[in-house]
Ligand binder design. Structure first.
Ligand SMILES: NC(=O)c1ccc[n+]([C@@H]2O[C@H](COP(=O)([O-])OP(=O)(O)OC[C@H]3O[C@@H](n4cnc5c(N)ncnc54)[C@H](O)[C@@H]3O)[C@@H](O)[C@H]2O)c1
Length: 577
């Protein structure tokens, strides 16, 4: 008996390929799944594996021939594979060695695409990118499943990131205000006490309500939650805890993990990432934060307000890289005034744990004399890395860049047909709302619509007090790009509402093109900056001019009037300064 080996399904809309190379010749013995020929489609190179062990018969096509899906390539006589039972036409492939691993990525993915699938779309990861993608795909009529290994939906953001940190930020701000600021407003509270356990319980109830909300949305949209760990096997195929599941389209939204630092071993008790810093059972006396970025400053602020002596060690000579320099300097001044200690231009080279605490060795970033710092708790917050390892991506041939992020084209397609990626696991800012936008865009693209993300209009917010919010280009960006721009600025000290609420730190800065007046960037440090930036983001999205903002009536008395005044100041006609 012989069986035909045919050109397999090549993926969506690809029906023809060219036989680029025969890897095995007639008479060669092959094992099941061993590649026997290489085909090239207009998208990728594909290997055709033998369906079972046996000996190859006559080849029906030669190298260079164009073939269609279903064309017979060659025949196979089933039997024992792996050994030559007929004279070799070509030497057998060398056995894999450490120096030359045989597990070449890419090609087999397309060859194994299933003809019929369990779902239209499978999303791997139920964070803001993944769950939003799943919901939008379901709205568009797809049969959708979402794989999530965590016990609850919502990913890092809802479970151990954005949401719990914002709950703690609010609660610690209220505690601090009641303790240190209400007196000025004529509210005398004799004794303000912290009940940390209750504070943590409330934070958890906020998280619980949010993650249950996503579960409800899944039910409402008839999305199947596949509980377990997803592993990508190739085009159209994954496994969940080892069980095969198939889909026409796979979207990877696996997110990111906290970056480690050699010599600093995280135990989530004494040396913590953001996850541990949201769970501390007591206020540390001394806390050292490694990294003066978003997480370090938000969570450093929380524990400082609750009573910890906090020192931030930052490698660069400024806080929050990427934000407007002037904003960063003001931010540093305000946080220092609040009592956070800053050690800029320094790095941690070692962290030694003992029963008493942690001893950190700290050195100037550019070299110099080392010193030691003591801490009860160390928060490591030096960035996050794409979660792209350990679930089959490289084996399936999905290309990663040097930083481990999945490489995608403008439509979020990876190097393997039918597999897409969005959110923290691909390039771009690691922000929940960026991931959400990409989730919607990819779902719409899969439905044949014009899904799109405007990367020039993605706001970023640091939820400290005051908040820092930014959208579009910074002055530094514009100088680098040689764009001529005008600056309008307005301080919150001159805003009536800011005075009334007693929060006058900070300013709004509007950057507009010198020639066209188009708004190119807005940078805010001040009360509720994270809310105020929405108007500015919309201005950029709609291609508005600073005059458009300046001529828009803003309610009085509101903080948003500071945005209007900054826009007026672009033409030096602010009223209240
Ligand atoms: N509010 C928000 O939107 C929000 C909140 C939390 C996290 N996030 C995102 O999560 C990601 C991670 O946040 P993050 O704060 O960890 O990263 P980050 O990139 O914001 O900041 C990390 C900081 O650590 C510094 N650093 C790096 N190596 C160092 C070293 N060896 N010693 C001292 N300093 C060092 C960097 O210069 C940088 O300032 C970011 O992409 C952030 O945007 C966003």
């Amino acid at each position: 008996m012989t069986i035909d080996i045919k050109v397999p399904t090549l993926g969506e809309s690809v029906t023809t390929a060219t036989v680029s190379k025969w890897l095995k010749q007639p008479g060669d013995a092959v094992n099941a799944d061993e590649p026997i020929a290489e085909l090239e489609t207009d998208k990728v190179s594909v290997e055709v594996p033998a369906p079972q062990a046996g000996v190859l018969g006559a080849h029906a096509v030669k190298e260079g021939d164009e073939v269609e899906v279903g064309t017979v390539l060659t025949t196979l006589t089933p039997g024992a594979g792996g050994q030559k039972v007929a004279p070799a036409v070509k030497p057998a492939q060398p056995a894999p060695t450490a120096a030359a691993p045989a597990a070449a990525p890419t090609p087999k993915a397309v060859a194994e695409a299933p003809a019929e699938t369990d779902y239209d779309v499978i999303v791997i990861g139920a964070g803001p990118g993944g769950y939003v993608c799943a919901i939008r795909a379901a709205q568009l009529g797809f049969k959708v499943a979402c794989v999530e290994k965590r016990a609850t939906l919502g990913g890092t953001c809802l479970n151990v990131g954005c949401i719990p940190s914002k709950a703690l930020l609010q609660q610690s701000e209220n505690f601090h205000a009641a303790k240190d600021e209400y007196g000025e407003m004529g509210i005398i509270i004799d004794s303000v006490k912290l009940d940390l356990a209750k504070m943590m319980a409330r934070k958890q109830s906020v998280v619980d309500a949010n993650v249950k909300g996503v579960e409800f949305l899944f039910k409402k949209n008839k999305i199947t939650w596949l509980k377990g760990t997803g592993k990508v096997e190739g085009t159209g195929r994954i496994t969940v805890d080892g069980k095969p599941v198939t889909a026409k389209h796979i979207v990877i939204a696996s997110g990111s993990d906290s970056a480690g630092l050699p010599g600093v071993d995280v135990d989530e008790k004494q040396i913590v990432t953001s996850t541990g810093a949201l769970e501390l059972s007591a206020v540390p006396k001394k806390m050292v934060v490694i990294g003066g970025g978003v997480i370090g400053l938000e969570l450093g602020s929380v524990w400082h307000r609750l009573g910890a002596d906090v020192t931030v060690i930052e490698y660069l000579d400024r806080l929050v890289p990427g934000t407007d320099n002037e904003v960063a300097k003001t931010f540093q001044r305000i946080l220092t005034k609040q009592g956070l200690k800053m050690k800029l231009g320094h790095k941690v080279t070692k962290a030694e744990k003992s029963a008493k605490g942690v001893t950190l060795t700290v050195e100037p970033a550019q070299g110099g004399t080392a010193e030691t710092l003591e801490a009860d708790v160390v928060l490591l917050a030096i960035g996050r890395t794409a979660a792209s390892k350990g679930f089959g991506l490289e084996e399936a041939g999905i290309e990663l860049d040097k930083r481990g992020r999945i490489v995608t084209d403008a439509h979020y397609a990876t190097s393997v047909p039918g597999i897409y990626a969005i959110g923290d696991v691909i390039a771009g800012p690691m922000l929940a709302h960026k991931a959400e936008e990409e989730g919607v865009a990819v779902a719409e693209l899969l439905a044949g619509q014009a899904g799109h993300v405007n990367y020039g209009a993605i706001p970023a917010v640091v939820y400290t007090w005051p908040e820092v919010a930014t959208v579009g280009k910074t002055e530094e960006n514009l100088k680098e790009e040689g764009v001529s721009y005008k600056v309008g600025k307005f301080p919150f000290t001159a805003n009536g509402r800011a005075r009334a609420i007693g929060m006058t730190d900070g300013f709004v800065k509007v950057l507009a093109d010198s020639t066209t007046d188009q708004v190119l960037g807005v940078h805010i440090i001040g009360p509720m900056a994270g809310e105020l930036i929405a108007e500015c983001t919309m201005a950029i999205e709609f291609g508005a001019s600073s005059e458009d903002i300046a001529r828009t009536c803003h309610a009085h008395p509101t903080l948003s009037e500071a945005v209007k005044e900054a826009a007026l100041d672009v033409d030096k006609r602010a009223i209240h300064i």
